[in-house]
Unconditional design. Structure first.
Lengths: 117, 111
């Protein structure tokens, strides 16, 4: 079955950087768009970024544009999110999710990023 | 880009039915949406895709008690014979060529 496992979260100071990873299995990873979606404590879901199946196309929410970079390695069935210039408002659980063009059908368990001094 | 509006909360009694609403912004009333369920402390779970025609496709494992319908810019999730495990946050989602959008979510309380 489809499995998505995020890692790389943790505590980081404002202005710092962090790289999240998502290991995918149970489906042909290279066939699908993938997204990062986050959820601040006690808040709703916020789409962060997506990347096309071939890596040729990416897009970002305005709140992270210019600071975050999404990438993938289809040979390793892995998705990444490089987060720079982190702010307190970036504190959230970050989920990777498979985008089938009809919504995000599969989600990881999430990894918590806390930005605090 | 589309905007999705959901009521912040809803409640209904055990064994009854509830209808949750997700409203698409002007100019996007024909969009397809998806419904997700997020139980406390868990990751979201995809329930179904719902078209403007009212046609919906549930994923495997979603109980028959869950159904979708549409009217104009409104998309509905109806849960019948409410169970305690249905107490959760429910999010709608839509998309266009550039972005993905989630509604603010509805917190469903089963009384």
């Amino acid at each position: 079955q489809v499995q998505l496992v995020e890692s790389g979260g943790g505590l980081v100071k404002p202005g710092g950087s962090l790289r999240l990873s998502c290991a995918a299995s149970g489906f042909t990873f290279s066939d699908y768009y993938m997204s990062w979606i986050r959820q601040a404590p006690g808040k709703g879901l916020e789409w962060v970024s997506y990347i096309s199946s071939s890596t040729s196309y990416t897009n970002y929410a305005d709140s992270v544009k210019g600071r975050f970079t999404i990438s993938r390695d289809n040979a390793k069935n892995s998705l990444y999110l490089q987060m720079n210039s982190l702010r307190a408002e970036d504190t959230a659980v970050y989920y990777c999710a498979r985008d089938v063009g009809a919504g995000h059908t599969d989600w990881g368990q999430g990894t918590l990023v806390t930005v605090s001094s | 880009q589309p905007v999705l509006t959901q009521s912040s909360s809803a409640s209904a009694s055990l064994g009854s039915s509830v209808k949750l609403t997700c409203t698409l912004s002007s100019g996007h009333s024909s969009n397809i949406i998806a419904w997700h369920q997020q139980q406390p402390g868990k990751a979201p779970r995809y329930l179904m895709k719902l078209e403007g025609s009212g046609s919906y496709n549930k994923v495997s494992g979603v109980p028959d008690r869950f159904s979708g319908s549409s009217s104009g810019a409104d998309r509905y999730l109806t849960i019948s014979n409410l169970q305690s495990e249905d107490e959760a946050d429910y999010y709608c989602e839509t998309w266009d060529s550039n972005t993905r959008v989630f509604g603010g979510g509805t917190k469903l309380t089963v009384l």
